[in-house]
Design a protein around this ligand. Sequence first.
Ligand SMILES: CC(C)(COP(=O)(O)OP(=O)(O)OC[C@H]1O[C@@H](n2cnc3c(N)ncnc32)[C@H](O)[C@@H]1OP(=O)(O)O)[C@@H](O)C(=O)NCCC(=O)NCCS
Length: 193
Amino acid sequence: MDASEALELADSLALAFRDNPLNRAVIRGSAARRVRSNRYGMRATLAAAGGRATVLVPAIQAGAGLGGLIALAPGGWPLPPPPVFAQLEYWFGQGFGTLRRWGKAYHALAELHPTEPHWYLQLLGVAPEARGRGIGAGLLEAWLEDVDREGASAYLETDRRENLGFYNRAGFEVVGAEEILGTPIWRMGRPPH
Ligand SMILES: CC(C)(COP(=O)(O)OP(=O)(O)OC[C@H]1O[C@@H](n2cnc3c(N)ncnc32)[C@H](O)[C@@H]1OP(=O)(O)O)[C@@H](O)C(=O)NCCC(=O)NCCS
């Protein structure tokens, strides 16, 4: 993925997560502010992921503009801090309150992260106007083919109840439910297939 595709993917993921409950609880403010703030977070995540992550985008024209999937192979979590420039952009772009709340959510979930080797679904998002067309399920299936080829387990967190059935159909089961910043979060695991 070249730099402009990475920016396009960051923008589409920023939009995809705009209305998620945890996003609202952490960022607060208007929808436009959440997208702006998310953009810094997504860019920093992609910069931190560097060559370590599996990044999948829809195999159709302008795919990176519709969303994508970022997954970390066993041992790849947690990501290292992003390069300094991306880190500065992230700090100044987010504001102190948002940074503090993201930190709180991250640490609460990090403590519950499985210790045995597993693939981690860091992010999966599809732009709102492109949903319900099978793009998300297609990305998930393509990634899980790799996971299954390795006979590995997989893990994710989600803050949308509607996503439970979506992930359940792909073989994930709820392994825990938490409340972070007043938002329900489900942790889901998938044993080796
Ligand atoms: C979860 C998500 C990635 C699914 O992507 P998607 O491309 O809409 O997924 P699909 O079209 O493959 O399937 C979505 C399911 O919702 C149904 N659906 C229909 N219209 C929909 C719509 N407008 N929006 C969302 N889902 C819709 C689909 O029919 C499908 O159900 P089915 O498998 O029973 O047919 C997407 O909703 C999203 O980006 N959500 C916000 C970010 C998020 O929560 N990501 C997951 C974090 S772990």
